[in-house]
Design a protein around this ligand. Structure first.
Ligand code: NDP
Length: 459
């Protein structure tokens, strides 16, 4: 028996915190997890899960249109936003119940309140009823992140993805500021449901950091669907008018909309947690500094997930939680391999991506002779009869010397599902010859990844 109340106190019951807590409890550890919002965290309550339900819901409009090409007569379809939002809320309630049950059945004690690190082994909880302090041999900080909005006149009129998921009414006109994952995903959702969408980006193109062809192809498809992208554009102010919100630009022009949504990045949730007072170092962005084993500068305190601002994806937080448990309670020091992490953007059409972009490969390998690029663009079979003007793009980046596949990127129907499988091949170090030796599944879009033979030339 140790001198502490618990073996582990986790602050934050999101994906990473819950996974680490229940794995530790399964190993016989006495674990408490503290949460001040809903169990499940960003991914389940305010992010991936509700967002994807809305993406699915918003795609039916296209599906009804496409059905006509296959002989279906569809009565003019009608959409009811409150029904979708209500059904989504019910599903989140169900999932929250599942999370509570999982924690209970694993023997993890749930504590409602806001945790603050008091010292290397103590956490103070501001709960609904009282403030108290509990102790543990190890503390895990898994408090995630929160949307960050720039400071400008009228910013109080803007919403974030948190509110966008629960609006009472579907906005007829919406401006979305930002060109990252969240902005393009919500642009697709609102456009699909019938809103007039203007996406405002300060850069020349959406999705900085993604492969250039991916960025260009997605932007083209979004614009074909009717989304307006205002490039190299910043908002000067937002003003309430009698009929909506006026978004004003530096050169005096403006647009009027019903909602303005900011998706300009997220900040780690470190404020008010007592971290610096306890000796935990933060980096310039306010994220907790950790070593490869997720240990902070205080040896008994660890941190995982978005609060550490490494790779801000749910499956990465889960992997960090698992590695933390192995490190502290299991087989010994265990770190996460951050190479070739596949990711998806649930834009419309969606993106799947794993490995290096073409530009990264060129920079890493030292020029065009060192990198082979294969690119294919085609109309997916579903759209041949429906006549929809939407193309799929697939791209393979290969090390010309070793033949190893360095990156695969796709924009088009089912891209996230396809790239997940391709990611296994990249993790195994597959070569282009091995891709070519793999017999395709016909007729699929995925088979294109094993049948591309022509290298893209450069002018
Ligand atoms: P991102 O960091 O992806 O994008 C932020 C965007 O906002 C960029 O386009 C950036 O422009 C722009 N921006 C930043 N500051 C300003 C400003 N002051 N004025 C105007 N534009 C600005 O953030 P998101 O909020 O989209 O997403 C946060 C994180 O959540 C992602 O990094 C991702 O890890 C995760 N996520 C993952 C998803 C998935 O896996 N499908 C889905 C949603 C989120 P610029 O490019 O010029 O810097």
């Amino acid at each position: 028996m140790t001198k502490y109340d618990y073996d582990l106190i986790t602050i934050g019951a999101g994906s990473g915190g819950v996974r680490a807590s229940r794995r530790a409890a399964a190993m016989g550890k006495r674990v408490a997890v503290i949460e001040n919002l809903r169990v499940g965290g960003t991914c389940v309550m305010r992010g991936c899960v509700p967002k994807k339900l809305l993406v699915i819901g918003s795609h039916f409009g296209d599906d009804f249109e496409d059905a006509a090409g296959y002989g279906w007569t569809v009565q003019p379809p009608a959409f009811d936003w409150p029904t979708l939002i209500g059904a989504k809320a019910q599903e989140l309630d169900r999932l929250e119940g599942v999370y509570h049950r999982i924690l209970r059945e694993s023997g993890v004690e749930e504590i409602t309140g806001t945790g603050r690190v008091a010292d290397a082994h103590a956490v103070t909880i501001d709960g609904p009823d009282a403030t108290r302090t509990i102790s543990a041999e190890t503390i895990l900080v898994a408090t995630g992140g929160w949307p960050h909005l720039p400071d400008l006149p009228g910013i109080e009129h803007a919403i974030t993805s948190n509110e966008a998921l629960d609006l009472a009414e579907l906005p007829k006109r919406i401006a979305i500021v930002g060109g990252g994952y969240i902005a393009v995903e919500f642009a697709g959702i609102f456009n699909g449901l019938g809103s007039q969408v203007t996406e405002i980006i300060r850069a020349p193109q959406i999705l900085r950091g993604f492969d250039e062809d991916v960025r260009d192809v997605l932007a083209e498809e979004m614009e074909k669907k009717g989304i307006t992208i205002r490039r190299e554009c910043v908002v000067r102010s937002i003003e309430k008018t009698a009929t909506g919100l006026s978004v004003r630009f530096p050169y005096g022009d403006e647009i009027e909309v019903d909602q303005v949504m900011y998706a300009t990045g997220r900040k780690p949730n470190t404020a008010g947690l007592g971290l610096e007072e306890a000796g935990i170092a933060l980096n310039a962005k306010g994220a907790i500094e950790v070593d490869e084993f997720s240990k902070t500068t205080v040896p008994s305190i660890y941190a995982i997930g978005d609060v550490t601002d490494r790779v801000n994806l749910t499956p990465v937080a889960l992997a960090e939680g698992e590695a933390f448990v192995r490190t502290v309670y299991g087989s010994g020091p265990s770190s996460v391999d951050y190479t070739n992490i596949a990711s998806a953007v649930f834009s419309q059409p969606p993106i799947g991506s794993v490995g290096l972009t073409e530009d990264e490969a060129l920079a890493e390998l030292g020029g065009r002779d060192a990198v082979d690029v294969y690119l294919s663009r085609f109309t997916p079979m579903k759209y041949t009869l429906s006549g929809r003007d939407e193309k799929t793009m697939m791209k393979i980046i290969v090390d010309a010397t070793t033949d190893r596949v360095l990156g695969c990127h796709m924009v088009g129907l089912d891209a996230p599902e396809i790239i997940q499988g391709i990611a296994v091949a990249l993790k195994c170090g597959a070569t282009k010859a091995q891709f070519d030796a793999t017999i395709g599944i016909h007729p699929t879009a995925a088979e294109e990844f094993v049948t591309m033979r022509d290298k893209r030339g450069y002018d």
